[in-house]
Ligand binder design. Sequence first.
Ligand code: NDP
Length: 389
Amino acid sequence: MISQDQSRVKSVSIFGATGSVGTSTLDLIRLEPHKYDILVLTANSDVEKLASLAIEFSVKLAVIADERYLPALEAALKSYDIEVAAGAKALVDAAKIDSDWTMAAIVGCVGLEPILAAIERGKTVALANKESLVSAGSIMMAAVQQSGATLLPVDSEHNALFQCLAGGRLDQVRKLTLTASGGPFRTFSYDQMKNVTPEQAVAHPNWSMGAKISIDSATMMNKGLEYIEAYHLFPIGLDKIDILVHPQSVIHSMVEYHDRSTIAQLGSPDMRIPIASALAWPERMETQCEPLNLAHISRLDFEVPDYERFPALKLAHDAIAEGGAKPAILNAVNEVAVAAFLDKRISFLDIAMTCDKILNQYSPAIPENLGDLLAVDTQARVFTHKVIG
Ligand code: NDP
């Protein structure tokens, strides 16, 4: 825990500023701009949006990950006193800039090295990027321990658990329950899912999110990744983490204590709410999000997850139970398979099938360090590209 002077301006870096979480973070900062000084914004290829945000917030540094877009970024910012940089190393260097609060909202394991660099500075990291934690959970949590950084979960379920645990301790907990909307195909049979399109799969019934996480929600791999995330963030053992389908996405997760008190966090399904909690933490900020109207919602439903129709859930469960390189392999294969599905190169059901196949075929040694882990990630992607063709 850190003690912060709450009256002081908070310096902020946002990795993945042009995405869904990045945009929501900036929307919140616009509500109280005098409280924040944005040092760094990053994107992958969306130069236009990155440049316009960099100008709006008078940032110090704008980084574009894809180096091909550096000339366009330089041209867009040439009349402004804003530094520009490009490439993977520039992202890591940007994460070393000493901001008080870093939003980790790059999508995919490509966000891992910048996140580690931010954690190593020992300040506050708001973690949206789940793939990096799934892949390198032990490495990341060890870095947090070593640096004394504050890691604030932004994923709505983990942010809910974090809030439910305020005032409690993990050794008092009997069970953590992650809720899941069930995604757009919650009521589909396995056969009905055979021919679903990317357009159908990204249309999440409750949440507005980036394409990759939307597909993960449709396969329910997202909940599997979140299960692994919860294992690292709240180390109480896999047998004490449950998943419950709750189609309305009103209860974002729950903590049951030994005395059978269950504390749940509720709210409208709007990512600005957990982001606001992390941005203002340990304070609270006003937002313009919809208030929760339970009288209007009138009923809340719950179902047990179906591991047959949604095999991704079981793959994630087994990957973290086996440990070692398996979560990193699962994550890497899933990233490649989701991209292939979005490109219409494989079918929806092929996503989990491809993960299953490569998890069975590839059993490397337990990664001992970041280098080993990145090698596993790369190799798993190579195998996946070969399988997909
Ligand atoms: P988006 O796809 O909307 O945004 C991704 C961001 O990462 C963009 O800024 C994108 O830049 C950047 N990016 C993409 N590829 C690279 C790369 N190779 N190198 C550097 N930057 C890259 O994703 P979301 O905002 O939906 O999700 C971000 C993360 O947060 C994910 O890990 C997701 O699982 C997690 N999350 C998201 C939630 C949501 O509601 N969206 C909820 C909970 C967690 P560009 O725009 O230029 O492509």
